[in-house]
Design a protein around this ligand. Structure first.
Ligand SMILES: [Zn+2]
Length: 240
């Protein structure tokens, strides 16, 4: 069996037998990887709490046919502030689930890995109301389905943009409106997120516009994942 080193973020874990755990990790160099961590649920485990969802770790793994085997795991970032805050932890979980849904097994996606590491770092530093929404929009853009936000997706006009419909490609003018209404403030924030003014967007205080954008982002990611996930889900007991 081939031995390899990689860094990654633990997306989720499953129980395996009495003492072992399967960890699903988004790695930098090998895409999404499923690996067995033996003895991880024993109190004297070598891995301890290092292999839990959100953990950013450096690992040494044996490559297996389906499941790899973790032989070593060292913490890179543990996000103590985020872990102590249930609100932030819920946001982190939303990020991990979206990444788990779009990441392909053993298909390297360095951009996705960097986005996730960066978002968890941002969440550790600041509990921004728009963090999850911003991540979702960036994720959709990385997936090649960025919404049109500068003009109506049907006629191109930049005036009187009042609705958002991802199946139409983005924002829509009053004459062509379908989907969900979008306010001017929410549209402004969405433009900032998509044009690289991410820090300005993340500094926005919680309000109607941030809530609107979060609801739109959640719906957009869900419909994108639905289209992507045609294969039936594997049912395993979540070890939470
Ligand atoms: Zn139009």
């Amino acid at each position: 069996m081939a031995l390899y080193r990689d860094r990654g973020v633990v997306l989720r874990t499953y129980r395996l037998g009495e003492a072992d755990r399967i960890v699903v990790v988004l790695t930098e160099g090998h895409g999404k990887v499923r690996a067995v961590a033996k003895g991880v649920r024993k109190t004297k485990s070598r891995f301890g709490a290092r292999l839990e969802p959100t953990s950013h770790v450096a690992m040494l793994l044996y490559e297996g046919r389906e499941l790899d085997i973790v032989t070593q795991a060292d913490s890179i970032e543990h996000h103590p502030t985020m872990r102590a805050d249930l609100g932030r932890l819920a946001k982190a979980t939303a990020l991990l689930e979206a990444v788990d849904d779009v990441a392909q097994e053993r298909e390297p996606d360095v951009q996705l890995y960097r986005m996730l590491v960066g978002a968890l770092r941002a969440l550790e530093q600041r509990d921004s109301p728009l963090l999850v929404a911003a991540f979702y929009w960036k994720l959709l853009a990385a997936e090649g389905v960025a919404p049109l936000v500068d003009g109506c997706a049907r006629c191109g006009t930049a005036d009187d943009l009042v609705a958002f419909d991802l199946t139409e490609g983005g924002v829509l003018c009053r004459a062509h409106r379908s989907g969900t209404p979008i306010g001017a403030d929410a549209l402004d924030l969405l433009r900032r997120i998509l044009t690289g003014e991410l820090n300005a967007a993340l500094a926005a205080p919680a309000g109607p516009a941030t809530r609107e954008l979060e609801a739109l982002a959640t719906a957009a990611v869900e419909s994108h994942v639905e289209r992507r996930l045609r294969a039936p889900a594997v049912h395993l007991d979540a070890d939470r």
